[in-house]
Ligand binder design. Structure first.
Ligand code: SF4
Ligand code: SF4
Length: 182
């Protein structure tokens, strides 16, 4: 990739620091973070590269890409980083900045809406009916009582998340039949 430094965003490092990636400038590009990252094999845009691109001010190279959304926030990179440069914090900062620009993948919007309306990232209806079928005791979860959902909504409504995560007041979850243990 050819990098034209005149076209870079010189304020990117400051914005990342402001959004929580406070130690980004400590990165010396050793690559230890990418060596332990569980999603590194799913992308060419590995965490080491993301750190480098922040330092170079290549915001368009980062914010338009899906790599920052693949991160599971497992913090393995943080554990391995000899500089304590906080790569996970940098990813989270970049997500905030990306969402501010309205760039957020549909899958994340779906998860956010599921949490807002159901109390769960995925639908659990099928799991509940399976428990009923085998006479297993009902589970108390964040989604099992409307009062919990109301609390979740109250918290979310008091933040910028409604706008950033594109929370819709009318929401029909996809995949009612899908549960994690299927
Ligand atoms: S974030 Fe840490 S582990 Fe990753 S390249 Fe930079 S210094 Fe190395
Ligand atoms: S926190 Fe994200 S970038 Fe870091 S190792 Fe985990 S998945 Fe990879």
């Amino acid at each position: 990739m050819k990098i034209i430094l005149n076209n870079t965003n010189k304020d990117l490092v400051d914005k990342v620091i402001e959004n929580g990636g406070k130690r980004v400038t400590e990165c010396f590009q050793c690559g230890m973070c990418a060596s332990g990252c569980p999603v590194a094999s799913d992308t060419d845009h590995k965490i080491k590269r993301t750190m480098h691109q922040v330092l170079l001010g290549l915001d368009e190279q980062i914010l338009d890409k899906k790599a920052i959304w693949l991160c599971t926030t497992c913090f393995m990179c943080l554990e391995r980083c000899p500089q304590n440069a906080g790569p996970t914090d940098v990813v989270i900062a970049l997500r905030r900045m990306s969402a501010e620009k309205g760039i957020i993948p549909e899958a994340q919007i779906e998860v956010a809406n599921n949490i807002y309306h159901l109390g769960h990232a995925v639908t659990v209806k099928k799991g509940i009916s399976l428990r009923e079928k085998v006479d297993a005791p009902p589970l108390t979860t964040a989604g099992s009582d409307k009062k919990y959902i109301d609390e979740i909504q109250k918290i979310v409504d008091s933040t910028h998340a409604v706008k950033l995560l594109k929370i819709r007041k009318e929401w029909k979850p996809k995949g009612d039949d899908v549960i994690a243990c299927d």
